[in-house]
Write a protein that binds this ligand. Structure first.
Ligand SMILES: Cc1ncc(COP(=O)(O)O)c(C=O)c1O
Length: 377
């Protein structure tokens, strides 16, 4: 299956949203493929008909999802906890690592990567971007402010700048490496072991196409063993059904971070999404999204529009295109059924694997028209 294989056309039929919309907005929220909706609906059907008769089966199914999610990022199942969103995962990580000291992050970050540290009074040093690019040298020990932890997004929400996680793993030099995968997981492969990531938090509702509430956090075995969690619930312990009110015997796995009864529907949606993406193949998806992104960038530039996202090694599946009055531009496109996100400098266009060259063309046409209308009202 190559980046231009006809199979990509067939895949579109799995996404009901695509018959209604030109959906170039997975960087905000990904539409659901049918198997994901079916997994969540199946759970609600079982709950509606049987109450908690399926509790044991659901618990078992959740563990199967945990194993699939772990394989997706090359972690151990014991290192994965289900969380509703990035912010929850990041707070779990910060509770484990905050006492270690200052953090090195950067100015392109989405705030869920930085605020949980700042809120706890932990200094966060902000690396500047140079022409929209975060350079690995800026994070190198000796060239950057001293820090116990590097906290970065794999792909930046602001301009799509993609980092080479393997390079970060190589230069971390005794520091913890914490990664936000919300703008990359589902579009690009991540291997937490090969890249020496200590902890990773992600939402499920963007490129993973799993819907809201379907995030997860990876915490390496080393960190689980080294630091007790700040928060626990009744299911964080070894034998929850002994209902022991006198002592906390923590589970040895990342399940200790999950507070109370599981959110089964989003967990099953996440499992179906990871299975769906894995069947296509994450390497193939990465090839496809990069191809579509390059195609979009080329077409925009040919029409004289300015692309603010970095290319080359830092290219991702997001393109920030400079336009006057970005909210008006996004509204103009929306009128035509084309969904993108307004940003301060322009509109962010996200090309996921299910998007087509025709959709890219119609977005380019609409932007050209918008710029003409805007400059000669
Ligand atoms: C890099 C990044 N992290 C996290 C989020 C979302 O955070 P949360 O999952 O906590 O809502 C976004 C966008 O919404 C994002 O772009």
């Amino acid at each position: 299956m190559s980046a231009v294989d006809p199979i990509w056309k067939e895949i579109r039929e799995d996404f009901p949203a695509l018959s209604e919309l030109t959906y170039l907005n997975s960087a905000a929220t990904g539409p659901l493929p049918r198997p994901v909706t079916e997994a969540a609906n199946r759970f609600y059907g079982e709950l509606a008909k049987g109450g908690d008769t399926h509790w044991d089966a659901w618990r078992q199914r959740a563990e199967e999802v945990r194993a699939k999610v772990a394989a997706f990022v090359n972690a151990e199942a014991d290192e994965i906890a289900f969380v509703p969103n990035t912010s929850t995962g990041m707070n779990i990580i910060v509770d484990l690592l905050g006492a270690s000291g200052a953090v090195l992050s950067d100015e392109l970050e989405f705030p869920s990567v930085t605020l949980p540290w700042i809120h706890r009074g932990i200094p966060v040093h902000v690396v500047p971007a140079i022409e929209g690019v975060l350079r690995i040298e800026s994070f190198q020990a000796g060239y950057s402010p001293r820090a116990a932890t590097i906290a970065i997004s794999h792909v930046q929400f602001s301009n799509g700048c993609r980092q080479d996680l393997a390079a970060f793993g190589q230069i971390k030099s005794g520091r913890n490496l914490v990664v936000c995968g919300s703008q990359s997981l589902g579009a690009f492969p991540v291997d937490v072991k090969a890249t020496d990531i200590d902890a990773l938090a992600t939402a499920g509702h963007k490129w993973l196409c799993a819907g809201y509430g379907a995030g997860f956090v990876y915490v390496s075995r080393r960190l689980i063993d080294a630091h007790p969690p700040r928060t626990v619930g009744w299911l964080s312990v070894e034998d929850p059904f002994s209902f022991d009110n006198r002592q906390v015997r923590l589970l040895p796995s990342a399940r200790r971070f999950e507070l109370g009864c599981p959110s089964f529907a989003p967990i099953f949606a996440l499992g179906a999404a990871v299975e769906y993406l894995s069947k296509i193949g994450i390497e193939r998806i990465a090839e496809r999204v990069l191809y579509l992104n390059e195609y979009l960038t080329f077409r925009l530039q040919r029409k004289g529009l300015n692309v603010l996202s970095p290319g080359g090694e830092n290219r991702s599946a997001q393109t920030l295109c400079e336009v006057p009055d970005p909210p008006a531009a996004a509204a103009f496109l929306r009128e035509k059924g084309i969904l993108v996100t307004p940003k301060p400098e322009g509109v962010r266009i996200a090309t996921h694997f299910f998007n087509s060259e025709e959709e890219v063309e119609s977005a380019v046409r609409a932007l050209v028209e918008y710029v003409q209308v805007h400059s000669h009202p």
